[in-house]
Design a protein around this ligand. Structure first.
Ligand SMILES: Cc1ncc(COP(=O)(O)O)c(C=O)c1O
Length: 372
């Protein structure tokens, strides 16, 4: 029993992986970012398809995300994108052979103290100001790793802060700072096998970020990292992987001038057919989408949402002449005939980014995998 479902198209996933492969060339490995349940698409299913299609590694944000992939039989390298935060995460890193990020003496020492043989990736903060070592400290930390029995310095990496702004010169600054650190380590005798910088935006817009591996997330799922990059060659070739569907559960004819939904923020302009669809903000549909020209596709048309999205349901203005019946399919994200509504459009109208729309599609929404 399900009131709404997303369809995850694995053919689109494979297509996007091929687009990414062409963008970076044969010498650069693809590390598929599957944190946050594969950006809402289902981490395990996404992981299986992309590994089968040639991705060389996976990346997660929480150790338990990596543990779940291992428990399901995934053998590929799994990168943990920040240092373990507690003893449970440390245990998961050891037990499930996760390749942890490191960037502090405490983080290195905690991993070394487990006594396990572990590959680690030294992260340098070149300008994101989130996690990572200062470039000036990278060599000292590399030496500390080398002196820690059991730890192997497998990766050296950084993360870009503004790569989704094509005209922002700061990405080139970060790429340059990273190259300097890599060079300093090389001159000190560290041959780090896997250097990686590029997220989706950087790998398309900044070829200098390719190195040995790139870490695409959003592009894998067929969504442009930012509207400003949508027309970029490569990005324009991506196919959205996810679409979101639900049945119409009630249809009523509402007179002109009636308020609809909580607060009566919107009124019918004329007598019209209103359809109720069982998806709400508790499922991840932004509440204010209804106040910002939000639409739902019904009968192959873009129909305006009437008023705020409620917790579990949303009301849609299908128009005075609409022939809608209970059970008809509504599309929240995706295509119906020639009509389309995208996660990016929903995000822009509600002051956020497509990443947030996708990762907030909640657990009540069934995931249906096709073309797997
Ligand atoms: C460290 C790191 N690398 C790579 C990615 C993937 O980024 P994108 O989805 O923009 O490709 C993320 C996502 O937030 C990240 O945090």
């Amino acid at each position: 029993m399900t009131r709404s479902w997303v369809v995850i198209d694995h053919e689109a996933l494979r297509h996007n992986l091929a687009v990414l492969r062409r963008a970076v060339g044969a010498g650069t490995e693809l590390c598929a970012v599957v944190k946050a349940d594969g950006y809402g698409h289902g981490a395990l299913e996404v992981a299986r398809t992309v590994l089968d299609a040639g991705a060389g590694a996976l990346a997660v944000a929480h150790a338990h995300e990596g543990a779940a992939l291992r428990a399901a039989g995934v053998q590929a390298p799994i990168l943990l994108l920040s240092e373990p935060v507690d003893a449970a995460e440390l245990r998961a890193v050891v037990e499930h052979r996760l390749q942890s990020a490191v960037y502090s003496e405490a983080g290195i020492d905690a991993l070394a103290a487990t006594g396990a043989e572990l590959d680690v990736h030294l992260k340098v903060d070149t300008g994101m100001r989130r996690v990572g070592a200062e470039p000036a400290d990278a060599l000292t930390l590399a030496v500390r790793i080398a002196r820690s029995p059991g730890l192997r310095l497998r990766g050296l990496w950084t993360h870009c802060a503004v790569a989704d702004e094509p005209d922002n010169a700061f990405t080139a600054v970060q790429v340059e700072r990273f190259a300097e650190v890599a060079d300093r380590l090389r001159r000190a005798g560290f041959e780090v096998p896997v250097r990686h910088v590029g997220n989706s935006a950087a790998l398309f817009a900044h070829p200098g970020s390719h190195h040995d591996m790139v870490r695409p997330g959003i592009a894998l799922y067929g969504v442009a990292p930012a509207p400003a990059l949508a027309a970029h060659a490569g990005v324009a070739e991506l196919h959205p992987v996810l679409s979101w569907h639900a049945p119409v559960t009630m249809v009523k004819r509402v007179p002109a001038g009636e308020g609809v939904s909580y607060g009566h923020h919107r009124r019918t302009g004329r007598e019209t057919v209103v359809a109720t669809v069982p998806v709400g903000y508790a499922d991840g549909l932004p509440r204010r989408w209804g106040l910002r020209d939000g639409v739902v596709l019904i009968g192959g048309r873009r129909c305006p949402i009437l008023g705020v999205v409620t917790m579990d349901q949303v009301m849609v203005d299908c128009g005075p002449d609409a022939e809608v019946t209970r059970g008809d399919e509504a599309v929240l994200i995706g295509r119906q005939g020639s009509a389309e509504v995208t996660a990016t459009e929903m995000a822009t109208a509600t002051d956020t980014i497509a990443y947030e729309i996708l990762t907030r599609i909640g657990p009540r929404v069934e995931r249906r995998h096709v073309n797997g």
